[in-house]
Design a protein around this ligand. Structure first.
Ligand code: NAI
Length: 252
């Protein structure tokens, strides 16, 4: 296997792995030798993903985890330690969108749910992953932010608030734990054709959304996951605190 993408023996925990980026990343890491604890609030969904991955012979455990609950994120990390003895990779991917609405119509309940899942969910995941990585003397964390975390996102103010916060957590974590050999980075995709987008936007709407990108199309999940693999690669040992846009040129 190409050493750049050889994850043999690495133990990864991934949140939000029942579908979308989390599912595809789990499949790709398993193909490259990683052992996985994959989790989601959708227990049946993540169990199905694990069954499919396990059928190819990979070591994978599925569990329910609601990232908005600190105890749930702790249990995910403890499961990895119990079964595999360590956590080399933490991917804080679970997230929710909200209905596009003008700023002045975003109410407290939307702010609260965005903060609970998209911000606290990342901080809870990170803090338990970091506690274990400190004991090991190494680790790599990848948080999933968004283009909406790098700039304003019209009618998506609560989501944009949350994804900016993910970048704050990423950069601060990188600064605090660089000396402990824990790398912490974030990926910032533009609209990508996962269920998060395809469930609310029909083809016509997708075409309109694509006009915002110089490449004039939305992302494919595999295009985002390719960059995730590069960011987590065991060969990528000097990159930390970076928030990488994968966006068809939106930020160019
Ligand atoms: P998705 O909706 O297809 O998958 C998200 C997964 O997270 C689902 O399986 C869902 O059950 C799970 N989830 C939701 N709330 C949860 C909770 N409280 N605890 C645990 N799991 C929970 O979405 P997608 O696109 O795969 O999203 C993954 C990440 O990528 C999210 O953080 C999202 O904000 C981000 N993102 C997505 C973009 C897109 O256009 N698809 C663009 C930029 C960022």
């Amino acid at each position: 296997m190409d050493p750049l993408l050889d994850f043999t023996g690495k133990v990864a925990v991934i949140t939000g792995a029942a579908q979308g980026f989390g599912k595809l990343l789990a499949e790709e890491l398993a193909k490259r030798g990683a052992k996985l604890v994959i989790s989601d609030i959708n227990e049946a969904g993540v169990n199905k993903v694990a069954d499919d991955i396990a059928s190819s012979g990979a070591d994978v455990i599925a569990m329910k985890c609601d990232v908005s609950k600190d105890a749930s994120c702790k249990a995910m990390v403890e499961t990895a330690i119990k079964h595999f003895g360590r956590v080399d990779i933490g991917v804080n991917n679970a997230g929710i969108a909200h209905e596009f609405k003008p700023f002045h119509e975003i109410d407290e309940s939307i702010m609260d749910s965005q903060f609970a899942v998209n911000v606290k969910g990342v901080q809870f995941g990170m803090r338990h992953q970091i506690q274990q990585m400190l004991k090991q003397g190494q680790g790599a964390i990848l948080n999933v932010s968004s283009m909406a975390g790098l700039g304003g996102a019209a009618r998506g103010s609560a989501y944009s608030m949350a994804k900016h916060a993910v970048i704050g957590l990423t950069k601060t974590g990188a600064v605090e734990y660089g000396r402990d050999n824990i790398r912490i980075n974030a990926i910032c995709p533009f609209f990508t054709l996962t269920p998060m987008v395809t469930n609310f936007a029909d083809e016509e709407k997708q075409k309109k959304m694509a006009r915002g990108a110089p490449m004039n199309r939305l992302g494919e999940p595999k295009e985002i996951v390719a960059v995730m693999l590069m960011m987590l690669s065991p060969a990528n040992t000097y990159m930390t605190g970076q928030c990488i846009a994968v966006d068809g040129g939106v930020s160019a």
